[in-house]
Design a protein around this ligand. Structure first.
Ligand code: AMP
Length: 216
């Protein structure tokens, strides 16, 4: 049966790291709307230019824009047996859009699960402002918790690491407000549907990974 996994959690709750591991483990694509939007910005497409205005302020990009991107991505062949969605949906409106897309694309019953990364909120801001990423291979580091071997450079490809524009303290705070106002209501929504699987996202990457394996 096709497996559709949605990862839900606050910014920097560790969803991205765990999605990468799981994507490799299950062989399903890791679909991360933040990265798709950043790629559109880099390519300077009309969608990217529109998205950038919202992202720079820590707000959600418009529903129609991210909906079109996600529909296009989920229609691709590599999603046939399953996918992992990281960062979508982020509002009740987006959850309705996803349901419509799945209804249209899925011809048979699927195993749909939402994995909620439950984490202690006070560690998140520190994680975000210390986060650095490699602009070439996308690998993520943290100046405090996951340091690169050589300060400022990627372990894998030796490229100089960068800080995401929206990982500054001010924008990160706006992203948390957006999360608590618009995304957090999805926890109850999916819980009421009987689709929510909650994991404790505090602890090391390996500890969280072991918990994740038990619910997928
Ligand atoms: P992320 O990389 O997941 O932290 O996302 C970075 C930014 O991209 C967010 O702060 C939003 O501005 C935008 N974004 C990512 N996913 C979505 C989404 N599902 N809906 C709207 N905006 C999004």
């Amino acid at each position: 049966m096709k497996k559709e996994l949605v990862f839900l959690g606050a910014p920097a709750s560790g969803k991205g790291t765990q999605t990468d591991l799981l994507s490799e483990h299950l062989g399903f694509p890791h679909i991360d709307t933040g990265s798709l939007l950043r790629a559109a910005i880099k390519a300077q497409t009309p969608e990217g230019l529109e998205a950038q205005k919202h992202m720079d302020q820590g707000h959600l990009v418009p529903v129609w824009l991210v909906g079109a991107i996600i529909k296009n991505r989920l229609s691709q062949d590599d999603c046939k047996n399953g996918y992992i969605l990281d960062g979508y949906p982020r509002s009740m409106e987006q959850a309705a859009v996803l349901e419509n897309i799945n209804k249209e694309l899925d011809k048979e019953p699927v195993d749909f699960r939402v994995i909620y990364f439950d984490i202690n909120a006070d560690v998140l801001l520190e994680r975000i402002v210390n986060r650095r990423s490699c602009p070439k291979c996308g690998k993520i580091y943290n100046l405090k918790f996951l340091k690169p071997k050589e300060h400022g450079y990627c372990n894998e490809c030796k490229t100089e690491l960068i800080q995401r524009k929206d990982d500054t303290e001010e924008t990160a705070k706006a992203r948390f407000s957006t999360y608590f106002e618009q995304t957090a209501p999805l926890i109850k929504y999916y819980e009421d549907m009987g689709k929510l699987y909650k994991i404790d996202a505090n602890g090391t990457i390996d500890e969280v990974w072991q918990r994740l394996l038990k619910v997928i």
